[in-house]
Ligand binder design. Structure first.
Ligand SMILES: [Cu+2]
Length: 90
């Protein structure tokens, strides 16, 4: 199963430009290097809290091509508003 790895940090932001294919299931690995963060993936209903010291794994099976938006929805500090990312599904 393909995997995508994203790291959460207000200083580095979320890793963007992750590319996946429609119809396949992916495991997305999420970790935080500092504080609690949120991982919300639109337009899916994936929405989890990412805690430091853990590797969270969520499964995603995109059914439509397009751009999926990632946003941190847990206030995490001064760089919180910069924590945006995208997953491109072909
Ligand atoms: Cu945040």
């Amino acid at each position: 199963m393909p995997r995508a790895r994203l790291s959460c940090s207000p200083t580095s932001g979320l890793v963007s430009d992750t590319r996946t294919g429609s119809g396949k299931t992916y495991k997305i690995h999420l970790s935080s290097v500092d504080y609690n963060h949120g991982f919300s993936l639109q337009p899916t209903n994936i929405n989890i809290q990412v805690l430091p010291g853990y590797e969270h794994v969520v499964k995603m099976t995109p059914t439509k091509a397009g751009t999926y938006a990632i946003v941190c929805n847990e206030y995490c500090g001064i760089g919180h508003h910069t924590m945006l990312g995208r997953i491109y599904v072909k």
